[in-house]
Design a protein around this ligand. Structure first.
Ligand code: 93A
Length: 532
């Protein structure tokens, strides 16, 4: 099933090995057809070669945009010579078929990496090349398509043995379609990053890539230090590393003072902890385990030490779970807070800073990782999540309003100022809970958290169970609406006195009726805060 090669089309941007290949083809008596630059390289090497324009009777035009896009070329690539009708038509049209096509495309990726912008990049989007590659690959029954100089040797060997085999041409076709698919992905990714940059610019943000090259490499700077290779990933048999986003000031840019190396899970939890604590403008502490809060609290500004108060209250939410947790504070850690933390086994503590003596106390705990956030800490403008075969990108979940001004009282008596503050706290703290999230709060501290359940009823049960006797008289927040009254009923039965939730369920009426029957105050925020 070998197909002997009589005529070859060579059109390559990367001219590596092309002269050697052409020499071998000529030695085998094969006729070579080439585009401008390739033609010149071969002719300069003294090889006999026909220029495409000579064949088509059409000059290369529009700055080379139209070179090989011509029926004389594509007829020669697409004719299925197993069919008499195709053979006859080629004769009528005076078109000769090709048996070998060697093409590699305009260096699009290299152009982007070189820092080129706009039209200079667009001009490097190869159109005629992929058309030839795809046409030849489709017609692999008749044509061998080579896109990689590393395979020239194999082709020469096959020709010497009498021609390419069908199996070989199928493998080449596979490589060819993979090549054009990757090429188009790179083009598509470039457009995506251009549009993203427009979006950021319109939003008044500077783009990370602005002073660097566009594309993934620019957004994610690999730091060559050993610290960035993590000991392992989520589990000890998983290799892992930390890539830092250039120009960011997040948890990945924190300074570490003491303790063991940060692990993969430490980073994930520290990030969640900081996100939670920094959601508040008041002194706040969040304690995180497995990316979920086991305590979030605000400090009493009238107490001797507000941040120590916040920590004590956050810890009390669930002392069992707080064992081995990650603590984030949105205020400088005081001596009083450090003394409290020192008594509890903790993996990581992260804060904007430490009183000197507090730092000394914490550093005595040899295993405690002590982190200081960058002074200009901020979350990134976009959030990314990998899925197989792609990357999801979204704007971070911001509250459209900081307080309760836009909330709607749907039943019960209007909350007094203190209750409103409790509800505002619960609503904000609930945003740190993985969905389905239910958070019960008292005195500006979480007292029971139900997280990560696949139905809201179980989250309600969990929150109530964790709160124990503290559920009675607490307020509750739900990250999304109650689809039925059953979850809310569990909260009501446990003695919750006020509830805040987005609303918007088709059964809102049932849910409101349950609250009304129990005399429970309920507000709708109109805005959901799923967190997964
Ligand atoms: O500008 S194109 O999209 N239009 C074409 O008709 C065309 N034909 C071949 N690019 C085209 N090519 C590309 O030119 C090939 O893919 C190859 O990368 C390059 C080879 O050009 P030269 O032989 O002039 O160096």
């Amino acid at each position: 099933d070998r197909i002997p090669v009589r005529r070859a089309l060579l059109s390559v941007s990367d001219k590596t090995g092309i002269i050697e290949l052409a020499k071998n083809l000529v030695a085998q008596g094969i006729e070579i057809v080439s585009t401008g630059g390739t033609f010149k390289a071969l002719a300069d090497a003294g090889l006999p070669v026909i220029e495409v324009s000579q064949l088509t009777g059409f000059p290369e035009s529009l700055d080379g945009r139209v070179k090989t896009l011509h029926p004389t070329i594509h007829g020669g690539l697409l004719a299925d010579m197993r069919l008499i009708a195709h053979e006859e038509q080629l004769k009528e049209l005076d078109i000769q078929p090709f048996q070998l096509v060697v093409v590699n495309l305009y260096p699009f990726v290299q152009t982007v990496q070189s820092g080129a912008k706009g039209d200079a990049v667009v001009e490097q989007i190869d159109i005629g090349g992929p058309a030839m590659v795809r046409a030849s690959a489709k017609n692999h029954a008749n044509v061998a398509i080579v896109v990689d100089p590393a395979r020239y040797g194999e082709i020469i060997a096959a020709i010497e043995e009498g021609g390419t085999t069908l199996q070989q041409r199928r493998e080449l076709a596979y490589a060819a379609f993979s090549h054009t698919a990757r090429y188009d992905s790179a083009v598509s990714a470039w457009f995506a990053s251009e549009l993203e940059n427009d979006w950021k610019r319109n939003a008044g943000q500077t783009t990370l890539a602005e002073n660097a090259n566009p594309g993934f490499e620019a957004e994610f700077k690999v730091i060559g230090n050993l610290e960035n290779v993590l000991r392992y990933g989520e589990n000890s048999h998983q290799a892992a590393a930390l890539y830092r986003t250039g120009g960011s000031a997040g948890i990945a840019q924190a300074r570490q003072f003491g303790g063991k190396e940060m692990s993969y899970n430490n980073f994930v939890d520290a990030d969640a902890a900081v996100r939670a604590a920094y959601d508040f403008s008041e002194p706040a502490v969040a304690i995180i385990k497995h990316a979920n809060p086991c305590g979030i609290a605000l400090g009493d500004l009238n107490s001797a030490d507000a941040i120590a108060d916040a920590h004590a209250k956050a810890h009390m939410c669930d002392p069992v779970s707080a064992f081995g947790g990650v603590i984030a504070s949105n205020r400088i850690v005081t001596v009083a807070m450090a003394k409290q933390v020192a008594t509890i086994f903790t993996e990581v503590i992260v804060a904007p800073g430490y009183e000197i003596e507090a730092l000394q106390i914490l550093l005595e705990k040899k295993n405690l990782r002590v982190l200081e956030l960058p002074a200009n800490y901020s979350r990134d403008a976009l959030e990314y999540r990998q899925i197989s075969g792609g990357l999801l990108v979204q704007q971070p979940d911001e509250f459209s309003q900081f307080n309760s001004q836009g909330w709607k009282l749907v039943t019960g008596k209007k909350a007094d100022a203190d209750t409103m503050r409790e509800l505002e706290f619960a609503w904000r703290a609930c945003r740190a809970v993985k969905s389905n999230g239910i958070l019960l709060a008292r005195e500006l501290a979480s007292v029971g958290v139900g997280m990560g359940q696949v139905n809201r009823v179980d989250s309600c049960r969990l929150a109530v169970e964790r709160a124990e006797s503290r559920a009675k008289g607490s307020v509750a927040a739900s990250d999304a609406f109650f689809p039925f009254a059953d979850g809310l009923q569990i909260l009501i039965n446990a003695g919750v006195r006020a509830v805040v939730q987005p609303g918007g369920s088709v059964r809102d009426e049932e849910v409101i009726a349950a609250a009304e029957a129990a005399g429970v105050t309920m507000y709708f925020t109109g805005e959901r805060h799923f967190f997964h």
